[in-house]
Design a binder for this molecule. Sequence first.
Ligand code: HEC
Length: 108
Amino acid sequence: MQDSSQDSTQDTDGFITPQEYGANLYENPRGIGCVKCHGKDGEETLLASYVHKGKQRHIIVPRINNLAFETFKVALSKDSGVMPKYNLTDEEINAIYLYITSRNKTFR
Ligand code: HEC
C-alpha cells in the first residue's frame, strides 16, 4: 500500500505566500493603499506641487524599495507629515517589506 499523495511537503497550496500577502497589503492596507502615493514599485515620485507664500513647493515621496528593515519599520510606526499612520502589525510590516524590496530592480 502506498499513499504518498496526501503527504506533500509543499505546504503553501491554497495559501498565498508572505510576499503575495504583502502585495495585497501594499495595495490596500485598511483602505488607503501605499501604492497611491508610493507607486507600484516604491520608487521616488512627485506627489504634488504647489505654491506656498510665493514659493514653489514639492511633496516628494521617497524611494522605499531599498531601505533597511529598521528604517522601514520606524517610518511606519511614527507620525510623519503627509503619510497616514497605519498601526500595522509586525507581520504586516514584514510582508509589505518583503513585497516592496522585491520590486527593487536596481539594488542600489
Ligand atoms: C498619502 C500618501 C502616502 C501614503 C498613502 C503612504 N505613504 Fe509612505 N510616505 C509618504 C511621504 C510623503 C513620505 C515622506 C515622509 C513624509 O513626509 O511623511 C513617506 C515616507 C515613507 C517611508 C520612509 C522612507 C524613508 O526614506 O525614511 C516609508 C518606509 C513609507 N513611506 C512606506 C509606506 C507604506 C508601507 C505605506 C502603506 C502602508 C505608505 N508608505 C503609505 C506618502 C505616503
